[in-house]
Design a protein around this ligand. Structure first.
Ligand SMILES: *Cc1c(COP(=O)(O)O)cnc(C)c1O
Length: 422
């Protein structure tokens, strides 16, 4: 695509954007009374205007039906509430409906899935993760290993970029997997790295892991709703993600999990169980002896948090209309435009570099910009001018133009404000 560094070009792109109607379906936060330039959909996605209606429906059902809301002839009886997200979620992550369910929060699900899929033996006990993983993931790995009586310093292998590089090379990841070989029990990395914005080749990593006999899972917090995924076809064993980043479902809202169909009825897996994972036909017989539901549903512990999951359903309805393919198409153009403008800017002032890979196949919609000087001052100037971006120590600004609601003009203004403050 031929980009141009002027406002008229940005406005023309917005005018011909096939997804332009979607921005109006979200509330855009204001700064100084004007729409902000919101680039933190990677941290907290914006509120769909329909979310309130979905939540209020359940408030009304609770008000008028009380406990009967579980079974009443309403649009979405609470008994079945975990089922209403399946079709849409399955499309977003490239799965079969039986392979996905929403439950708990992301870190909780990382733990639960490690309980099932990390089964160390005396000879096969190592875990491959990425160096500098999100802290919650690091704490999960550390404490799970200790729980099994293992020393994290010995059992955990952290993938580290080559000296002088910021991101991992696929060849190096595959080499580490092959070298760890029969000692490798589990690969569990972020599908899209939260700090650098690097998108990993999940298909090749899964293949390589299986080749040496390891289980392969992904934390998709920054990938779900951002990039196209084919978890089933890639033969990924398990995955989990949160719904409040790209999936726009509200702060702290429910997490999703993927469990490959091949484990749908596998009694050999360890589980920490609860009544909502028990065979629904006899769930209310309150009998002894856990018999899980088939598929991902069998990993549920508790009955659904209906009020907050309602907001998730509102967001999934939008995703279902747009589809990941159209989103990705726009996303590539938007992020490409940001990269183009940043490169123009670096000719004016050579004070930053982009950590995120320049190959669009190796990234989603986030660019992480590493400032060699002046980062904090520029970040403050951006904030004062209505830009909502994200500051990461020591000196990185993460910018995520989200195709559902960001515009080419947002990006133009971001670069223009930066330039004015150099
Ligand atoms: C956002 C994020 C989390 C947050 O975990 P919660 O349990 O939802 O608080 C964890 N891991 C990664 C990689 C994330 O990006």
């Amino acid at each position: 695509m031929n980009y141009q560094n002027d406002l008229a070009f940005a406005k023309a792109q917005d005018a011909q954007d096939p997804l332009k109607e979607y921005r109006a379906q979200f509330y855009i936060p204001k700064v100084n009374g004007k729409d902000s330039f919101y680039f933190t959909g990677n941290s907290l996605g914006l509120q769909p205007k329909t979310a309130r209606k979905f939540v209020e429906e359940e408030m009304k059902n609770w008000e008028t039906l009380g406990v009967e809301g579980h079974f009443a002839k309403v649009k979405r009886p609470w008994m079945n509430y975990h089922k209403f997200s399946k079709e849409a979620l399955a499309k977003i992550v490239g799965a079969k409906p039986i392979e996905v369910v929403t439950m708990n929060n992301l870190t909780v699900n990382l733990h639960l899935l490690m309980v099932s899929f990390y089964k160390p033996t005396a000879t096969r006990f190592k875990v491959i993760c990425e160096a500098g993983a999100f802290p919650s993931d690091q704490y999960t790995f550390e404490t799970q290993l200790k729980f099994h009586g293992l020393n994290p310093d010995e059992a955990l292998i952290e993938l580290t970029p080559r000296k002088g590089e910021h991101t991992l090379r696929t060849e190096d990841i595959l080499k580490t997997i092959a070298e760890t070989g029969h000692e490798l029990a589990l690969i569990l990395i972020g599908g899209l790295q939260y700090y650098t914005g690097q998108l990993f080749d999940m298909k090749s990593i899964t293949e390589a892991g299986h080749k040496v006999g390891a289980i392969v899972g992904f934390d998709l917090a920054h990938a779900a709703g951002n990039v196209p995924l084919q978890l089933h076809d890639w033969n990924v064993d398990f995955a989990t993600w949160c719904s409040y980043k790209y999936l726009n479902s509200g702060p702290g809202n429910v997490s999703g999990v993927f469990v490959n169909e091949k484990y749908a009825n596998d009694p050999s897996l360890n589980r920490f169980a609860g009544w909502w994972g028990h065979d629904e036909k006899e769930r209310f017989l309150m009998k002894k002896g856990f018999r899980p539901m088939s598929g991902a549903d069998g990993w549920q512990l508790s009955n659904v948090n209906v009020i907050s999951t309602a907001a998730h359903l509102a967001s999934l309805e939008i995703y279902d209309k747009v589809g990941m393919e159209a989103l990705r198409k726009k996303s590539l153009k938007l992020t490409g435009y940001l990269e183009f403008l940043m490169k123009e800017l670096s000719q004016v002032a050579d004070i930053f570099e982009i950590l995120t890979p320049s190959n669009p196949e190796e990234r989603g919609c986030q660019l992480s910009i590493f400032f060699h000087e002046d980062g904090r001052r520029l970040f403050e100037a951006l904030s004062a001018a209505g830009v909502i971006a994200d500051w990461r120590e020591p000196n990185v600004i993460r910018v995520a133009p989200v195709p559902l609601y960001n515009t080419f003009e947002d990006i133009y203004q971001f670069a223009a404000i930066l330039k004015d403050n150099l």
